[in-house]
Design a binder for this molecule. Structure first.
Ligand SMILES: Nc1ncnc2c1ncn2[C@@H]1O[C@H](COP(=O)(O)OP(=O)(O)OP(=O)(O)O)[C@@H](O)[C@H]1O
Ligand SMILES: [Mg+2]
Length: 224
C-alpha cells in the first residue's frame, strides 16, 4: 500500500439477491489519505451505508478489494480483523450506538476492557477525552438518561478511545436537531484537525458535508 493511504477500495460491487438480484454498487474506487475527512452523500437507498459497511469490513463486497490500514480485508484472518477493530478503525452507527445497561464511561471504555488493558492505564485519559467532548459530567449516566447529542458524543468518545487511524460514521447527526448536529460536526472537525484521525462519514446533509475536506456523491451505484 502507498504510505499516504489509510484505505484503498477498488472495483467494489455489491449485489443483493433477495428474489430478484439488485446491483446496489456497480464499481466504486475510493482512496482515503491518512488524516483525510471524506463525506459520502447520495439519495436515500443509493447504497451509502452498504458501501460504508464494506469499507469497514462489516460486510463483504460481491467483487472488488478493500485494503484498510494496510490489511487486505479479503485475506485477513479473524485474529487480525479483531486487532484491526481494537486498534486501528472504529465505527459510529446512526442508531443504537451504545450498550443500554452500561454507563457512558463504561461504554467508552468497553473496547479497552476487551483489549485487556488495565483501567488504571486509561481512566484519566478517557475522562479527559469525555470532558473535552463535553460529556465529562455524564460519566455515570446510562444511555437512556442522555440526550441524542450526548449519546452521539459518547459514541464518538468510544471510537476515539482506541486512538484509531480511521473512524467510519454513518449519519452521525441523522437523529439530531440542527444545533446538536452542528455541535457534533464541530467536534468531528476538531478530532480530524487536531488528532489527525481520518474520517469517512455518510451524511444526508449538504451543510454537514461541507465540514469534510472531500465530498463524494453516490448515484446509480457509482461515484458521480
Ligand atoms: N441486506 C440487504 N438485502 C437486500 N437489500 C438490501 C440490503 N441492504 C440494503 N439493501 C438495499 O440496498 C439499497 C441501498 O441501501 P443502503 O442502506 O446502502 O442505502 P443508503 O444510501 O444508506 O440509504 P439511506 O440514506 O436511506 O440510509 C437499498 O435499495 C436497500 O433496500
Ligand atoms: Mg444508510
Amino acid at each position: 500500500m502507498k504510505d499516504k493511504n489509510v484505505l484503498i477500495a477498488q472495483g467494489i460491487t455489491k449485489t443483493f439477491d433477495t428474489g430478484a438480484p439488485t446491483e446496489v454498487l456497480k464499481g466504486i474506487d475510493l482512496e482515503v489519505n491518512k488524516g483525510e475527512f471524506v463525506a459520502i452523500v447520495g439519495e436515500s437507498g443509493s447504497g451509502k451505508s452498504t458501501l460504508l459497511y464494506i469499507l469497514a469490513g462489516i460486510d463483504t463486497p460481491t467483487e472488488g478489494s478493500v485494503v484498510l490500514a494496510d490489511k487486505d480485508l479479503a485475506t485477513i484472518g479473524d485474529a487480525e480483523m479483531a486487532s484491526l477493530r481494537r486498534h486501528d478503525v472504529a465505527f459510529v452507527y446512526q442508531y443504537d450506538n451504545l450498550v443500554p445497561h452500561l454507563t457512558a464511561y463504561e461504554n467508552v471504555t468497553l473496547p479497552l476492557l476487551l483489549d485487556g488493558l488495565k483501567e488504571a492505564d486509561y481512566k484519566d485519559r478517557v475522562i479527559a477525552l469525555m470532558t473535552e467532548l463535553g460529556i465529562g459530567d455524564r460519566l455515570k449516566n446510562y444511555p437512556n438518561e442522555l440526550s441524542g447529542g450526548e449519546q452521539q458524543r459518547v459514541a464518538i468518545a468510544r471510537a476515539l478511545a482506541i486512538n484509531p487511524k480511521l473512524i467510519f460514521l454513518d449519519e452521525p447527526t441523522g437523529s439530531l436537531d440542527r444545533e446538536r448536529g452542528r455541535q457534533v460536526m464541530e467536534i468531528l472537525k476538531d478530532v480530524n484537525e487536531k488528532r489527525g484521525v481520518a474520517l469517512v462519514m455518510v451524511t444526508h446533509s449538504s451543510a454537514h458535508a461541507e465540514y469534510a475536506s472531500r465530498r463524494i456523491e453516490i448515484e446509480d451505484g457509482r461515484i458521480k
